[in-house]
Ligand binder design. Structure first.
Ligand code: MN
Ligand code: MN
Length: 327
């Protein structure tokens, strides 16, 4: 692997606004071979029932990710990119306006990457894209445990004229297709008004554990982390992070905002305190820069969430190399 080692551009040497934006200024690669973690854009909003524009999400996240630095003070000063080989593989191909064709194209792209053993970090795109990455990841690792951040359950059955794939359906389809083990999965942050009383209980009926934002805020991060870790049971983990889990005061640039919710600090604190998990894939979805605020705060938060997930993977790698947990 040493011959293919690659590092991000150092922003102390080259100013952040210079060059073509990749995620955290990582090298862009055509192939995943030799990488531990591959970042891949999923520029599709075919599945958006409300504010379209998440197709522009991946590049908005990349632009703001230039702000981030490689060392995590929250994990004993680990240098993420000297612990893991990471690259930006660019965007998966998509077919605007055609959901099934888009899901197939995204999955084919991920299949190639996942087959190399790399962990994939998908940048959405609307939440409908998740099913494509889940299909690839589960093909290699078997049914995954999902840690799902969202103000919505995304376990609805059908939309409009009976459409089975949209931003509101991936966590039902994933169970039906055997990609997700709901008994070892947890959805956190749900809130707001409902279509029907079963909007939340439908997830529980599928087998998920559900922690609403009201419950999260009452129990606190520490208790929630214990519940998450117990639930995931050390099986292969897929983290799916919908930016609308965050209070739109802090993350306005999303498709379907829900008033209230955790602050940017509260979700970052939770991510930074999570012990190293056996993460096999992740996505950060629903960033819609067309509705973002001045300063691109939603895209900056999404980039930071992606880094915290990669830092978690790096911490796991370090623990395995020294043979003991760091905390
Ligand atoms: Mn969602
Ligand atoms: Mn949502």
């Amino acid at each position: 692997m040493t011959s293919t080692e690659t590092f991000p551009i150092n922003s102390l040497d080259v100013p952040r606004f210079v060059g073509i934006p990749t995620f955290m200024r990582l090298p862009q690669r055509a192939e995943a071979e030799g990488t531990d973690v591959s970042v891949i854009g999923m520029p599709s909003d075919n599945g958006s029932p409300f504010r379209t524009g998440a197709r522009f999400g991946p590049n908005a996240i990349r632009s703001m990710s230039a702000m981030l630095r490689p060392i995590s003070p929250y994990r004993d000063g680990i240098d993420v990119f000297r612990t893991l080989q990471c690259a930006d593989l660019g965007d998966a191909p998509v077919v605007p306006g055609y959901m099934p064709a888009t899901l197939e194209a995204i999955q084919l792209f991920f299949d190639r990457v996942v087959a190399t053993g790399a962990v994939t970090i998908g940048l959405g795109g609307d939440h409908g894209c998740s099913i494509a990455e889940l299909r690839s990841v589960a093909k290699r690792h078997g049914p995954v445990s999902v840690l799902h951040f969202d103000s919505h359950s995304d376990t609805w059955d059908k939309y409009f004229a009976g459409e089975r794939h949209s931003a509101g359906t991936p966590f039902r389809r994933g169970v039906e297709e055997g990609l997700i083990n709901p008994e070892q999965s947890i959805q956190i942050g749900l809130r707001g008004s409902l279509f029907v009383p079963s909007d939340v209980t439908q997830s529980i009926d599928l087998g998920y554990d559900v922690v609403t934002w009201d419950e999260w805020s009452a129990m606190g991060s520490h208790s929630l982390i214990n519940r998450i870790v117990k639930r995931l049971s050390n099986s292969p983990v897929f983290i799916s992070f919908d930016l609308d889990v965050v209070d739109p005061a802090f993350a306005p640039g999303v498709q379907t905002p829900e008033a209230g919710g955790p602050s940017a600090s509260e979700v970052l604190m939770l991510l930074r305190r999570l012990p190293a998990l056996p993460i096999v894939g992740a996505d950060i979805v629903e960033v819609n820069p067309l509705y973002d605020g001045p300063g691109q705060i939603t895209a900056l938060l999404a980039a930071t969430v992606a880094l915290e997930i990669i830092a978690n993977i790096a911490a796991g790698r370090r623990e395995r190399s020294i043979g003991q947990p760091s905390d």
